[in-house]
Design a binder for this molecule. Structure first.
Ligand code: CP
Length: 362
């Protein structure tokens, strides 16, 4: 019996098709980042329209594979894919065959058998996204691997800073909290450092070890142990959650942590008057940040969440379909009226609108 070939290999150029991944911010050149920001701005304009869906990735499949809890990253990747008309599949390790002992390789290959275009993976083990890239034919996006990298978070943080402040060069960025275990801090230092930001890292000594000063050669990084000193004159303050799930060393009491490292209104006054407060979430309100600051006019926490969708749309697009030159957008977005100018959504103090509650660890 003659078999029918569904894939016209004869039409492909010789050798495997090129495949792009986003496994680490080190994968990105400055040009890549600029192209991504331009594409995200165009998608952001599209999201302001009444009908937000674009046909750009119609017929593509995006698999979200999450071995750790997530609200923001998982939901925004799903929304980004849906806004681009891709099919989506969400697989969480809890309740899946991972519970029965299935290995990451077998799970990845199983999902790879559906021929996804993109696999977005979050995993507690460093290097898990690289493994998925080796054993499947999909484009792979690292949505957080252990304390190593969270590239899409750094990209949306950079996007938010550029949008709100209009520049990156020369910004003083204070990073406060459990820096040692933070993939967000690590990714931001590497990425923002490429664009001329300099850093004050602050937290209890065991969470801000000396080696962090050298993680991004060419980037000015200083360690300080008083939050007042760290935020003095800062343009941006990135507050971090204490990541109890990744800590093995002696901890610090909640009271001591609050006393030494909590960002409150009084401490925030030491930063520049228009300084931004960023937090990747989830926040532990009343621990690393007061509700007053979390909901205050300088907080960009919800802008980060909103921007996460446009930035992740740009990532999905550029990985799968984007042969984009000079930041030009996909034809599907070119009907968007107006230029994709940065705009600042922080208009009001949200404290009156939002309930005050304790944050929950993810
Ligand atoms: N910032 C972030 O990674 O949040 P989630 O854990 O909710 O995805």
């Amino acid at each position: 019996m003659t078999s029918i070939r569904l894939v016209r290999d004869d039409l492909r150029p010789p050798g495997p098709p090129p495949r792009k991944h986003l496994l680490s911010v080190s994968d990105l050149t400055s040009d890549d980042v600029q192209r991504l920001l331009g594409t995200a701005r165009t998608f952001e304009s599209a999201l302001d329209r009444e009908v937000k869906k674009l046909p750009t990735l119609k017929g593509r499949l995006v698999v979200n594979l999450f071995y750790e809890s997530s609200t923001r990253t998982s939901s925004s990747f799903e929304l980004a894919a849906k806004r681009l008309s891709a099919d989506t599949l969400m697989v969480k390790s809890a309740g899946s065959s991972v519970d029965k002992g299935e290995s990451l390789k077998d799970t990845a290959q199983t999902l790879g058998a559906y021929d996804p275009d993109v696999i977005v993976i979050r995993h507690p083990q460093i290097g898990a996204p690289q493994l998925v890239a080796r054993v499947t034919a999909a484009h792979v996006v690292n949505a957080g691997d252990g304390k190593h990298q969270h590239p899409t978070q750094a990209l949306l943080d950079l996007y938010t800073m550029q949008q709100e402040l209009g520049r990156l060069e020369g910004l003083h960025v204070a990073v406060v909290g459990d820096v040692l275990h933070s993939r967000v801090a690590r990714s931001n230092i590497h990425l923002l450092g490429k664009f001329g930001c300099h850093f004050s890292l602050c937290g209890p000594a065991m969470w801000v070890p000396r080696e962090l000063e050298n993680i991004a050669p060419g980037t000015a990084i200083r360690r300080v142990y008083k939050i007042e000193e760290a935020v003095e004159g800062a343009d941006v303050i990135i507050m971090l959650r204490v990541q109890t799930e990744r800590q093995h060393e002696a901890s610090i009491s909640a009271n001591d942590y609050i006393h030494g490292y909590q960002l409150n209104a009084e401490r925030l006054k030491r930063a520049k008057p228009d300084a931004l407060v960023l937090h990747p979430g989830p926040m532990n309100r009343g621990i690393e940040i007061t509700p007053e600051v979390a909901d205050g006019p300088q907080s960009c926490v919800l802008e980060q969440v909103t921007n996460g969708v446009a930035v992740r749309m740009a990532i999905l697009y550029l990985l799968t379909a984007g042969e984009v030159e000079g930041g030009a957008a996909h034809p599907a977005t070119q009907a968007v009226p107006g230029t994709p100018a940065a705009h600042n959504r922080r208009a009001t103090d949200r404290s009156a609108e939002q309930p005050v509650s304790k944050g929950k660890d993810s």
